[in-house]
Ligand binder design. Structure first.
Ligand code: ATP
Ligand code: MG
Length: 217
């Protein structure tokens, strides 16, 4: 599903990623770990074509960084759910509208959009807060809305960058459980984190980055 072959990302004199080769299979769960500045976010950005390699090649769902045209990028991104730390929720919209807003607009009726948004909110246990605005939620609750928003288009791949970064132990466990459930339903999940407690007792594959290089996978 994802293949990085001898990928380099260079900016001026800085080498952000150096000769990275890795693959992620359909439906796999992978933790991407490594210290701050190791290149984890850069690697995730390559996978949704927000960043292009300066050398090597990135292939995602049959699309290839050598060949993909800018206008094709939105199509591949539709298959990818993004969970990033800056929550980016719309402050003047309810939880339900935030999630419904992320749905592809295909001429579906408002009631259809809301039905699908409610299903995504149910998956993260946020049905009861559907009419709140994000400012009235805790950090963990906001993060669950962000996850619902990423799920609503039924992505084949979910990319999460420090999804538990600002959360306490209980909220972290909660978000982790939600990600495991998504994975159980067949979605490939890649979680970038420097939180070792997340990976210690995890059965999932761990890929370690250090100074832009893979140090174990
Ligand atoms: N546009 C840029 N130009 C030059 N260097 C950059 C640029 N963007 C990121 N970097 C550098 O690339 C390195 C990797 O950054 P990246 O954000 O991928 O790390 P990270 O592993 O996600 O770190 P963190 O755990 O702190 O989120 C860092 O040293 C960063 O300063
Ligand atoms: Mg990062």
């Amino acid at each position: 599903m994802i293949e990085l072959q001898n990928v380099w990302v260079e900016k001026g004199d800085s080498i952000l990623l150096e000769d990275v080769t890795m693959a992620v299979r359909k439906g796999e769960f992978v933790y991407l770990i490594g210290p701050s500045g190791a290149g984890k976010s850069t690697l995730l950005r390559l996978i949704y074509f927000d960043e292009r390699p300066t050398r090597g090649r990135v292939a995602v769902e049959g699309r290839n960084s050598d060949a993909i045209r800018d206008r094709d990028i939105p199509f591949i991104r539709r298959k990818i759910g993004l969970i990033f730390q800056d929550f980016n929720l719309l402050r003047d919209r309810t939880v339900l509208d935030n999630v419904a807003f992320a749905l592809e607009v295909t001429g579906a009726s408002r009631s259809t959009l809301h039905r699908r948004a409610l299903a995504a909110l149910a998956a993260v246990g946020m049905t009861q807060k559907r009419n709140e605005i994000p400012d009235h939620l805790s950090g963990g609750e906001r993060q669950r809305v962000v996850i619902a928003r990423a799920l609503v288009n039924e992505p084949v791949l979910l990319l999460a960058d420090e999804p538990t970064g600002n959360l306490d132990a209980r909220a972290t466990e909660n978000v982790t459980e939600i990600l495991r459930n998504i994975h159980r339903q067949g979605t490939a999940v890649i979680v970038a984190t420097h939180d070792a407690t997340l990976t210690q007792r995890s059965p999932h594959r761990t890929v370690r980055l250090e100074s832009g290089k893979i140090k174990g996978q």
